[in-house]
Design a protein. Sequence first.
Length: 123
Amino acid sequence: MIARMFIPAPNANDAGTNLIKVIQLAPAFLVERFGAPLSGDGAKCTGRYKFVAGDGTVFTVYEYKSTAAYLDDEEDALPPDEFWRNRDEHELSIGGRGGYGDDSADTFAAWLSGEYQRCVGSA
């Protein structure tokens, strides 16, 4: 079991973070568990969350090019407000200062997945 080792940190400096992993989660889980997302650029990214580990490492979770804000009507994309209320799993991006596919976000992803599973299991 992974103990809670990450805290939401909306003011964390996420400059220099980039995609390092993807995760399947229901966007509504993030909203219900951590509050409304921080704003993104309004097109490529309509919402994001920032977290800090005990050692100060910053991770982000964000929607990237998945909503109608970017895709218009392609692929029946949801408008951003519907996306963030959606209880179906969607691919979300995890950002950090590691490299894509390295193991730098594995502990964070496992923690976040565990939080999600606890939420889904109690529903």
